[in-house]
Design a protein around this ligand. Structure first.
Ligand code: PAP
Length: 327
């Protein structure tokens, strides 16, 4: 009975979605794939459909931990850090059986928009706390997340480094994945990025929304990639405190924080076999595509000074008087 009700709901949603899609502005984005504009943000058609199913059907639990990022802002790192912090009593960071030694971070913390891509009523069987990730703006999160006590961790990154990471990702991944994909010039790609036409973008609009929200919602912890790079131990303490599992003085003395920082470091994770040669943590992608340089300021190697200035201005105009800086 339940199945047939769900089938009917899925059918109706599919029809409504196709109608909606036809009505949305449509353009190729930063890495030259087609994107649709919905309520101020750009999505692939399949991502938008999944995001809408997630929005409608996800039932949050108070113990859930939701990680939110713009693509290429350090999602893989954040997933590994939060997983290691939350599960540290089960697996110490030096445990030879630690799941992060055999599974890519995207395999231990799944994206909600991927869970909902092929199934509008997925079975969430994992035991609490569930750690789940998404790239969506706050207003697209389901009501059940907004009204529950579940914790949200938002991670942002300098948009210039996001662009550069995205540019390399597109050039490395897309020719293999989509043989008909047409490369574009970096100038054209950059122009589109400055207009915010990137998957789940504009990233600065998303960051600003979560930045404002952190004041009224103590459930939101706001992190910056650059702060993680500058002092990972301090940020790990913030994460653990936010999640209600602060490091004890005894753990600090034993070096637990440093061990987690090392386990999840770019140097360590990127050299683990599963992350060098494994694939499929995100469908059709090699795990190695999530590890390139992991640095701050790599944009100087690819953006001209005038490009950098232009993007800084776009972002600064948007963030004006908000107290948030991303550059
Ligand atoms: P997403 O696009 O699926 O959200 P995300 O992890 O945000 O994944 O993107 C990969 C970026 O995170 C890469 O940045 P880069 O191109 O500037 O190098 C990748 O190198 C970086 N990254 C992945 N793991 C780590 C890590 N442990 N520490 C620092 N940076 C990392």
């Amino acid at each position: 009975m339940m199945d047939s009700v769900q089938d009917a709901e899925v059918l109706a949603e599919n029809n409504d979605f196709q109608e909606l899609l036809q009505s949305l502005p449509f353009q190729r984005g930063t890495i030259n794939l087609p994107l649709h504009l919905y309520k101020g943000f750009w999505y692939f058609d399949h991502s938008l459909e999944a995001v809408m199913a997630f929005h409608r059907h996800f039932q949050a639990q108070d113990s859930d931990i939701i990680l939110v990022t713009a693509p290429k802002s350090g999602t893989t790192w954040l997933k590994s850090l939060v997983y290691a912090v939350v599960h540290r009593s089960q697996y110490t960071a030096t445990d030879q059986n630690h799941p992060l030694l055999t599974t890519n971070p995207h395999g231990v913390v799944p994206f909600l928009e991927l869970i909902y891509r092929n199934n509008k009523f997925p079975d969430f069987t994992s035991s609490p706390p569930r750690i789940l990730a998404t790239h969506v703006p706050y207003f697209m999160l389901p009501e059940s997340i907004k009204t529950s006590k579940c914790q949200i961790i938002y991670l942002c990154r300098n948009p210039k480094d996001i662009f550069v990471s995205m540019w390399h990702f597109g050039n490395n991944v897309l020719p293999k994945r989509y043989p008909s994909w047409q490369p574009i010039s970096i100038e054209e790609s950059f122009e589109r990025f400055c207009k915010g036409i990137e998957m789940f973008g504009p990233c600065w609009e998303q960051a600003l929304e979560y930045w404002k929200l952190r004041i009224e919602k103590p459930e939101v912890l706001f992190l910056k990639f650059e702060d993680l790079k500058a002092d990972i131990n301090v940020q790990l303490k913030r994460i653990a405190e936010h999640l209600g599992c602060p490091f004890s003085p005894e753990e600090e003395n034993r070096g637990v924080i440093e061990d987690i920082a090392h386990l999840c470091s770019f140097q360590h994770l990127s050299n683990i076999e599963v992350n060098k040669t494994g694939e499929g943590s995100i469908p059709q992608l090699e795990n190695s595509v999530f590890f390139r340089k992991g640095e701050v300021g790599d944009w100087v190697n690819i953006l001209t000074p005038s490009m950098a200035e232009k993007l800084d201005q776009v972002v600064e105009q948007k963030l004006h008087n908000s107290g948030l800086t991303l550059n």
